[in-house]
Design a protein around this ligand. Structure first.
Ligand code: SF4
Length: 270
């Protein structure tokens, strides 16, 4: 079996959830707002990289497949402004955009946002929106299963030498900023929004890469061995902090069919 990183991440949360979402590809009709905003932003940047971003960006398939709440949040932060005015480095040579790569040594498939050639090396180009705490975002991306997988898949598919990750990180700004004494508020301008879309070149040591890749490999082996059992991690039924209910709760514990109209059949997720 060939797995994806999203499948593994969901598997580690709850194997049954991963089975519903990735094997049956049944996902809740209502997506998470943050995820929806990220998907729209990714879609726009993919079009920018291909030189295809026009004025009709809000009528494409990604826009229509996300929830109204996600679209509203995207508009609230005016994210099309930084997406349209982000300065793409002229020395980046675009090799591929959103193409699936498969490994011949581990059961893994992934789809980097883009692969870029820059400074004689190949890089995974990644877009992220965030609210605050940029340093944590950089560490999170550097250690993420997805990026470890992209490096492995990139090298496996001949993209050598590998450079690392180029991260375009775009902060989601509110409409106003409060002064430090919290007495006055200043409107956030469009140039402010463009200025907080920044580029970061992230690299890992060979030792860290080897460790993280080995880790990923072992986890994939474990998933492959246990996939058929559809184990249930009932400790996750109310979310990692006990404050939410898993969208599949009624299927697992209330007799609801996974084919009911609470769910839709989704495209494969990487
Ligand atoms: S309801 Fe619980 S057991 Fe069922 S998929 Fe969700 S987390 Fe897993």
């Amino acid at each position: 079996m060939i797995f994806t990183v999203s499948q593994l991440k969901d598997y580690l949360r709850c194997p049954q959830l991963s089975y519903y979402a990735h094997e049956l590809r049944r996902v809740p009709i209502v997506d998470s707002t943050a995820q929806g905003v990220g998907s729209i932003f990714h879609g726009l940047m993919a079009l920018r990289m291909k030189g295809e971003l026009g004025n009709n960006w809000s009528s494409g398939p990604i826009w229509s497949s996300t929830s109204q709440a996600s679209r509203d949040a995207f508009c609230k932060h005016r994210l099309w402004i930084p997406a349209s005015f982000y300065k793409i480095e002229p020395q980046w040579e675009l090799i591929q955009v959103e193409q699936a790569l498969t490994s011949s040594v581990i059961s893994l498939q992934g789809r980097p946002d883009s692969i870029i050639k820059y400074n004689g090396k190949f890089w995974s180009l990644q877009w992220k929106t965030y609210t605050n705490d940029l340093p944590s975002l950089l560490d999170k991306v550097k250690l993420s299963f997805h990026e470890v997988a992209y490096e492995h898949l990139g090298r496996q598919n001949g993209f050598e030498p590998w450079g690392g990750i180029i991260l375009g990180a775009c902060q989601k700004l509110p409409a106003y900023r409060m002064s430090s004494d919290r007495r006055t508020k200043t409107p956030v301008t469009d140039p402010d929004r463009v200025a907080v879309f920044t580029t970061h070149y992230l690299t890992r040591s060979l030792e860290l890469t080897a460790y993280l890749t080995g880790n990923l490999e072992r986890l994939l082996e474990r998933m492959e061995r246990d996939w058929v059992h559809q184990l249930r991690n009932t400790d996750q039924c109310f979310g990692p902090f006990g404050g939410s209910r898993c969208p599949y709760f009624e299927v697992c514990h209330g007799g609801q069919s996974i084919e009911s109209d609470t769910f839709k059949t989704a495209e494969p997720r990487y």
